[in-house]
Write a protein that binds this ligand. Sequence first.
Ligand SMILES: CC(C)(COP(=O)(O)OP(=O)(O)OC[C@H]1O[C@@H](n2cnc3c(N)ncnc32)[C@H](O)[C@@H]1OP(=O)(O)O)[C@@H](O)C(=O)NCCC(=O)NCCS
Length: 214
Amino acid sequence: MNKITIVEKPDWVSWNDIHDVLVAAHADNKLKGIVMQHQCLSGEEIKQELGSAGVMIIALDGQKVVGVAAIEEKIGKQWYLKGRYGYLCFAGVLPDYRGKGIYTSLIKKREQKAKELNYNLLAFDTHKDNLIVQEIAQKNGYRLVRYFRAQTGDHFNVAMVKWLNGQDAFNKKVKQAYCLSKLLTIIQFKRNGKERTRLTTLVCQGINRWLKVK
Ligand SMILES: CC(C)(COP(=O)(O)OP(=O)(O)OC[C@H]1O[C@@H](n2cnc3c(N)ncnc32)[C@H](O)[C@@H]1OP(=O)(O)O)[C@@H](O)C(=O)NCCC(=O)NCCS
Protein backbone atom coordinates (compact mmCIF):
# COMPACT_ATOMS: atom_id res chain seq x y z
CA MET A 1 0.00 0.00 0.00
CA ASN A 2 1.27 3.49 -0.94
CA LYS A 3 0.92 6.54 1.26
CA ILE A 4 -2.77 7.50 1.26
CA THR A 5 -3.50 10.99 -0.04
CA ILE A 6 -6.67 12.90 0.78
CA VAL A 7 -7.75 15.35 -1.90
CA GLU A 8 -10.77 17.01 -3.50
CA LYS A 9 -12.01 14.87 -6.39
CA PRO A 10 -9.76 15.46 -9.41
CA ASP A 11 -11.40 15.36 -12.87
CA TRP A 12 -9.70 12.07 -13.77
CA VAL A 13 -11.63 10.28 -10.99
CA SER A 14 -15.07 9.40 -12.37
CA TRP A 15 -18.37 9.51 -10.49
CA ASN A 16 -18.72 5.82 -11.30
CA ASP A 17 -15.44 5.13 -9.42
CA ILE A 18 -17.02 6.85 -6.42
CA HIS A 19 -20.23 4.87 -6.82
CA ASP A 20 -18.16 1.62 -6.87
CA VAL A 21 -16.37 2.52 -3.63
CA LEU A 22 -19.70 3.29 -1.93
CA VAL A 23 -21.24 -0.01 -3.06
CA ALA A 24 -18.21 -1.98 -1.79
CA ALA A 25 -18.05 0.01 1.46
CA HIS A 26 -21.73 -0.53 2.22
CA ALA A 27 -21.83 -4.23 1.30
CA ASP A 28 -21.45 -5.44 4.90
CA ASN A 29 -23.99 -2.88 6.13
CA LYS A 30 -26.45 -4.26 3.59
CA LEU A 31 -25.93 -7.80 4.91
CA LYS A 32 -26.74 -6.54 8.40
CA GLY A 33 -29.94 -4.89 7.12
CA ILE A 34 -28.46 -1.40 7.44
CA VAL A 35 -29.65 0.03 4.16
CA MET A 36 -29.32 3.75 3.48
CA GLN A 37 -30.87 5.64 0.60
CA HIS A 38 -27.64 7.26 -0.61
CA GLN A 39 -25.71 4.02 -1.04
CA CYS A 40 -28.02 2.99 -3.90
CA LEU A 41 -27.39 6.00 -6.16
CA SER A 42 -25.54 5.72 -9.50
CA GLY A 43 -22.43 7.83 -10.28
CA GLU A 44 -24.50 10.34 -12.24
CA GLU A 45 -27.09 10.59 -9.45
CA ILE A 46 -24.34 11.24 -6.88
CA LYS A 47 -23.04 14.08 -9.07
CA GLN A 48 -26.57 15.53 -9.47
CA GLU A 49 -27.28 15.24 -5.74
CA LEU A 50 -24.11 17.14 -4.80
CA GLY A 51 -24.76 19.88 -7.35
CA SER A 52 -22.32 22.69 -8.07
CA ALA A 53 -21.98 23.69 -4.40
CA GLY A 54 -21.13 20.18 -3.23
CA VAL A 55 -17.61 18.92 -2.54
CA MET A 56 -16.38 15.34 -2.90
CA ILE A 57 -13.26 14.43 -0.90
CA ILE A 58 -11.47 11.22 -1.79
CA ALA A 59 -8.71 9.04 -0.39
CA LEU A 60 -6.25 7.70 -2.96
CA ASP A 61 -3.81 4.81 -2.81
CA GLY A 62 -1.77 5.80 -5.85
CA GLN A 63 -4.42 6.08 -8.59
CA LYS A 64 -6.93 3.87 -6.77
CA VAL A 65 -9.90 5.46 -4.96
CA VAL A 66 -10.12 3.76 -1.55
CA GLY A 67 -12.38 6.12 0.40
CA VAL A 68 -14.88 8.91 -0.22
CA ALA A 69 -16.79 11.52 1.80
CA ALA A 70 -18.80 14.51 0.60
CA ILE A 71 -20.37 17.78 1.77
CA GLU A 72 -23.59 18.98 0.24
CA GLU A 73 -25.03 22.45 0.79
CA LYS A 74 -28.47 22.45 2.42
CA ILE A 75 -30.86 24.83 4.11
CA GLY A 76 -32.10 23.64 7.51
CA LYS A 77 -35.44 24.03 9.29
CA GLN A 78 -34.80 22.08 12.51
CA TRP A 79 -34.15 23.89 15.79
CA TYR A 80 -30.45 23.00 15.54
CA LEU A 81 -30.09 23.94 11.88
CA LYS A 82 -31.47 27.21 10.81
CA GLY A 83 -30.33 28.31 7.37
CA ARG A 84 -27.33 27.21 5.34
CA TYR A 85 -25.31 24.25 6.59
CA GLY A 86 -23.03 21.47 5.32
CA TYR A 87 -24.74 18.10 4.99
CA LEU A 88 -22.25 15.21 5.17
CA CYS A 89 -22.97 12.30 2.86
CA PHE A 90 -21.56 9.63 0.53
CA ALA A 91 -18.98 8.35 3.04
CA GLY A 92 -17.25 5.00 2.92
CA VAL A 93 -13.88 3.26 2.95
CA LEU A 94 -13.08 0.03 1.08
CA PRO A 95 -13.09 -2.97 3.46
CA ASP A 96 -9.37 -3.78 2.84
CA TYR A 97 -8.37 -0.25 3.84
CA ARG A 98 -10.30 0.04 7.10
CA GLY A 99 -8.85 0.69 10.53
CA LYS A 100 -5.97 2.78 9.14
CA GLY A 101 -7.42 6.18 10.00
CA ILE A 102 -8.59 6.92 6.43
CA TYR A 103 -12.12 7.92 7.43
CA THR A 104 -10.75 10.08 10.24
CA SER A 105 -8.52 11.87 7.69
CA LEU A 106 -11.52 12.31 5.38
CA ILE A 107 -13.52 13.80 8.27
CA LYS A 108 -10.70 16.28 9.02
CA LYS A 109 -10.28 17.33 5.40
CA ARG A 110 -14.04 17.72 5.05
CA GLU A 111 -14.18 19.96 8.13
CA GLN A 112 -11.30 22.07 6.83
CA LYS A 113 -13.19 22.52 3.55
CA ALA A 114 -16.43 23.30 5.43
CA LYS A 115 -14.67 26.13 7.29
CA GLU A 116 -13.37 27.53 3.99
CA LEU A 117 -16.96 27.47 2.74
CA ASN A 118 -18.14 29.32 5.90
CA TYR A 119 -20.44 26.63 7.23
CA ASN A 120 -21.12 27.03 10.96
CA LEU A 121 -22.67 23.65 11.27
CA LEU A 122 -22.17 20.20 9.80
CA ALA A 123 -24.85 17.52 10.02
CA PHE A 124 -25.52 14.02 8.80
CA ASP A 125 -28.08 11.25 9.17
CA THR A 126 -27.35 7.60 9.55
CA HIS A 127 -29.24 4.39 10.26
CA LYS A 128 -29.85 4.01 14.01
CA ASP A 129 -27.95 0.67 13.92
CA ASN A 130 -24.86 2.07 12.17
CA LEU A 131 -23.13 2.33 15.52
CA ILE A 132 -19.52 2.40 14.26
CA VAL A 133 -20.12 5.65 12.40
CA GLN A 134 -21.94 7.15 15.39
CA GLU A 135 -19.02 6.21 17.66
CA ILE A 136 -16.40 7.68 15.31
CA ALA A 137 -18.48 10.84 14.91
CA GLN A 138 -18.81 11.24 18.70
CA LYS A 139 -15.03 10.89 19.06
CA ASN A 140 -14.73 13.72 16.53
CA GLY A 141 -17.07 16.10 18.35
CA TYR A 142 -20.43 15.30 16.73
CA ARG A 143 -23.56 15.06 18.93
CA LEU A 144 -26.78 13.11 18.50
CA VAL A 145 -29.62 15.59 18.06
CA ARG A 146 -32.59 13.74 16.59
CA TYR A 147 -34.09 10.27 16.23
CA PHE A 148 -36.61 9.94 13.42
CA ARG A 149 -38.27 7.67 10.89
CA ALA A 150 -36.44 7.60 7.54
CA GLN A 151 -38.20 9.00 4.46
CA THR A 152 -38.52 5.46 3.10
CA GLY A 153 -40.65 4.75 6.18
CA ASP A 154 -39.13 1.31 6.89
CA HIS A 155 -36.39 2.12 9.40
CA PHE A 156 -35.21 4.74 11.86
CA ASN A 157 -32.32 7.17 11.56
CA VAL A 158 -30.40 9.45 13.88
CA ALA A 159 -29.10 12.91 13.04
CA MET A 160 -25.71 14.08 14.35
CA VAL A 161 -24.25 17.57 14.20
CA LYS A 162 -21.07 19.47 14.93
CA TRP A 163 -20.99 23.19 15.50
CA LEU A 164 -17.86 24.68 13.94
CA ASN A 165 -18.27 28.13 15.50
CA GLY A 166 -17.52 27.09 19.04
CA GLN A 167 -21.15 26.84 20.23
CA ASP A 168 -21.25 24.53 23.22
CA ALA A 169 -22.49 21.27 21.78
CA PHE A 170 -22.54 19.60 25.17
CA ASN A 171 -25.32 21.72 26.59
CA LYS A 172 -28.38 20.16 28.19
CA LYS A 173 -30.74 21.14 25.39
CA VAL A 174 -29.02 18.89 22.85
CA LYS A 175 -29.38 15.80 25.05
CA GLN A 176 -32.97 16.61 26.05
CA ALA A 177 -34.03 17.27 22.45
CA TYR A 178 -32.49 13.98 21.27
CA CYS A 179 -34.15 11.95 24.03
CA LEU A 180 -37.50 13.63 23.41
CA SER A 181 -37.37 13.05 19.63
CA LYS A 182 -36.54 9.38 20.30
CA LEU A 183 -39.40 9.02 22.78
CA LEU A 184 -41.92 10.67 20.43
CA THR A 185 -40.78 8.55 17.47
CA ILE A 186 -41.08 5.34 19.50
CA ILE A 187 -44.58 6.37 20.66
CA GLN A 188 -45.63 7.32 17.13
CA PHE A 189 -44.30 4.36 15.14
CA LYS A 190 -44.06 0.58 15.50
CA ARG A 191 -40.68 -1.17 14.99
CA ASN A 192 -41.47 -1.70 11.29
CA GLY A 193 -41.95 2.04 10.80
CA LYS A 194 -45.76 1.86 10.54
CA GLU A 195 -47.88 4.40 12.45
CA ARG A 196 -49.44 3.01 15.63
CA THR A 197 -52.72 4.93 15.37
CA ARG A 198 -53.74 8.15 13.70
CA LEU A 199 -54.39 9.66 17.14
CA THR A 200 -50.87 8.99 18.47
CA THR A 201 -49.42 10.46 15.27
CA LEU A 202 -51.49 13.62 15.62
CA VAL A 203 -50.55 14.01 19.28
CA CYS A 204 -46.81 13.47 18.56
CA GLN A 205 -46.86 15.84 15.60
CA GLY A 206 -48.64 18.42 17.76
CA ILE A 207 -46.01 18.15 20.50
CA ASN A 208 -43.22 18.33 17.88
CA ARG A 209 -44.70 21.46 16.36
CA TRP A 210 -45.18 23.02 19.78
CA LEU A 211 -41.55 22.31 20.66
CA LYS A 212 -40.41 23.44 17.21
CA VAL A 213 -38.12 20.38 16.93
CA LYS A 214 -39.74 19.26 13.69
C1 LIG B 1 -17.27 3.73 8.97
C2 LIG B 1 -16.06 3.63 8.07
C3 LIG B 1 -16.13 4.78 7.05
C4 LIG B 1 -14.81 3.76 8.93
O1 LIG B 1 -13.66 3.83 8.09
P1 LIG B 1 -12.16 3.60 8.62
O2 LIG B 1 -11.24 4.26 7.66
O3 LIG B 1 -11.95 2.17 8.94
O4 LIG B 1 -12.17 4.44 9.98
P2 LIG B 1 -10.88 4.88 10.81
O5 LIG B 1 -9.74 3.96 10.50
O6 LIG B 1 -10.65 6.34 10.61
O7 LIG B 1 -11.37 4.58 12.30
C5 LIG B 1 -11.73 5.57 13.21
C6 LIG B 1 -11.93 4.93 14.57
O8 LIG B 1 -13.02 4.01 14.52
C7 LIG B 1 -12.61 2.72 14.92
N1 LIG B 1 -13.28 1.73 14.05
C8 LIG B 1 -13.30 1.72 12.70
N2 LIG B 1 -14.01 0.66 12.28
C9 LIG B 1 -14.42 -0.01 13.38
C10 LIG B 1 -15.19 -1.18 13.59
N3 LIG B 1 -15.67 -1.91 12.59
N4 LIG B 1 -15.44 -1.57 14.86
C11 LIG B 1 -14.97 -0.85 15.90
N5 LIG B 1 -14.23 0.28 15.77
C12 LIG B 1 -13.97 0.69 14.53
C13 LIG B 1 -11.12 2.71 14.69
O9 LIG B 1 -10.48 1.78 15.52
C14 LIG B 1 -10.73 4.12 15.02
O10 LIG B 1 -10.63 4.27 16.42
P3 LIG B 1 -9.48 5.20 17.09
O11 LIG B 1 -9.77 6.60 16.59
O12 LIG B 1 -9.67 5.02 18.54
O13 LIG B 1 -8.19 4.66 16.55
C15 LIG B 1 -16.02 2.27 7.32
O14 LIG B 1 -16.17 1.24 8.26
C16 LIG B 1 -17.12 2.13 6.27
O15 LIG B 1 -16.90 2.42 5.09
N6 LIG B 1 -18.32 1.66 6.69
C17 LIG B 1 -19.42 1.43 5.74
C18 LIG B 1 -19.98 2.68 5.14
C19 LIG B 1 -20.66 3.58 6.14
O16 LIG B 1 -21.30 3.12 7.08
N7 LIG B 1 -20.55 4.91 5.91
C20 LIG B 1 -21.11 5.91 6.74
C21 LIG B 1 -22.49 6.27 6.33
S1 LIG B 1 -23.18 7.51 7.41
